[in-house]
Every structure is written in structure tokens, then in C-alpha cells.
Design a protein around this ligand. Structure first.
Ligand code: URA
Length: 210
């Protein structure tokens, strides 16, 4: 099994992430940088995809050329900030199937509650990449993965931009079979569950809301 946590600390990712963290970076630039980083993360998360071959004719010769094997993979965005990572992933894997998981936090129980769930068919046969920029407490991420497993998914990775140690631990406890790929392992969560140093509320920064 791949290692549980992979931090992709490529210099381009780290440079772009620094601009994203800056509170003075406006939404349009933030969105564009997130898209660019998701291209680089997509490269990392897909590096072990199985390959088969097909016969093609180039202008010069007939060859057995490599192509991706198996069912088209599924990208699952955890709403709403997940859509910021999804767009860039789709640039690189345009034929991927796409699903969405919507969860909100019940203010009394503090537990995640489902409000939307739609995923592609045959999840059991697909490589599933669940995307959410922020792995904070890990509660909603772990619940989203529960839902994907209930839908049949067996081969899942969780892709995020920033992870807090608390969220990584929670995911490891709930889903040790789901590797996490992130651009940074930050220091901690604050008392209201935000990642420190982080970048603030990812959804607000992507969409210019507050
Ligand atoms: N969600 C966010 O958008 N930001 C955080 O810091 C934690 C959770």
C-alpha cells in the first residue's frame, strides 16, 4: 500500500502556495493559482495509474502505444471548496467522471450532515480521487469517504491543498486504506477548527464571499 501521507513539496507548488496564503491575494488570482497547483497535484496523484497499449499508426510506423487502462477514474468534489481543485484536475483528466458530496455541520451536534450526494456508476471499478482543499478536523472528509465506500468505492485517494495534523490523524484512524496527498502539512488547528497558518476559508477565498 502507498504511504498514508504524501506531501508534494515541489518548488513551483510551494511558491504558488505562498501567494495563495497571503491575505492580500485577490480571489481571481487565488482561483488561478489553485488551478495551477491542482495540475501539479494531479500529476502526482495519477503517477501509478495502470497502463495498457493499443495499436496505432503514426505517419512512420505501426506501434503498440501506451494508454490508460481500466474504467475512467472518478473525481469527487467535496462541496463547495472542492470545486476549486476539481476544475484544474479536469483540465488534465478531461474524460474523468465527476461526483459531488455536500455536507454541512449541524450546529447542535457539530456532526456533518449530508445535503447532496451524486456519484458516477460502478464506483467499485474506478480509481476515485476525492478533492477538498482543506483537511482540517477531518470530520467531514472522513464522512465523505464513508459515503463513497457505501457507494462501492474501494480504491480511493484524498487530495487536498493543506492538511492539519489533527485531520491527518482522524483520517488515518477512520480510513487507513485511503492515502492522502497534500501540498503542505501545516502546524495545527485553531480553537474554531481553522488551519494555522493556513489560508483562511478556502471557499470564501475562491469565490470572494465572506
Ligand atoms: N476550511 C477552510 O476553508 N479553512 C480552514 O482553515 C479549515 C477548514
Amino acid at each position: 500500500m502507498p504511504q498514508h501521507l504524501t506531501v508534494v513539496n515541489h518548488p513551483l507548488i510551494q511558491h504558488k502556495l505562498t501567494i495563495m496564503r497571503d491575505k492580500n491575494t485577490p480571489s481571481n488570482q487565488f482561483r488561478q493559482l489553485l488551478r495551477e497547483i491542482s495540475h501539479l497535484l494531479a500529476y502526482e496523484v495519477t503517477r501509478d495509474l495502470p497502463i495498457t497499449t493499443k495499436t496505432i499508426e503514426t505517419p512512420m510506423a505501426t506501434i503498440e502505444a501506451p494508454k490508460l487502462a481500466g474504467k475512467k477514474l472518478a473525481l469527487v468534489s467535496i462541496l463547495r471548496a472542492g470545486n476549486g481543485l476539481l476544475d484544474g484536475m479536469l483540465d488534465l483528466i478531461p474524460s474523468a467522471r465527476v461526483g459531488f458530496v455536500g455536507l454541512y455541520r449541524d450546529e447542535e451536534t457539530l456532526k456533518p450532515v449530508e445535503y447532496y450526494f451524486k456519484v458516477p456508476s460502478e464506483m467499485d471499478k474506478r480509481f476515485v480521487i476525492a478533492v477538498d482543499p482543506m483537511l482540517a478536523t477531518g470530520n467531514s472528509s472522513a464522512t465523505a469517504i464513508d459515503m463513497l465506500k457505501e457507494a462501492g468505492a474501494k480504491n480511493i485517494v484524498f487530495l487536498c491543498l493543506l492538511a492539519a495534523p489533527e485531520g491527518v490523524a482522524r483520517m488515518k484512524e477512520a480510513h487507513p486504506d485511503v492515502p492522502i496527498i497534500t501540498a503542505s502539512l501545516d502546524e495545527k488547528l485553531n480553537e474554531v477548527g481553522y488551519i494555522v497558518p493556513g489560508l483562511g476559508d478556502a471557499g470564501d477565498r475562491i469565490y470572494g464571499t465572506q
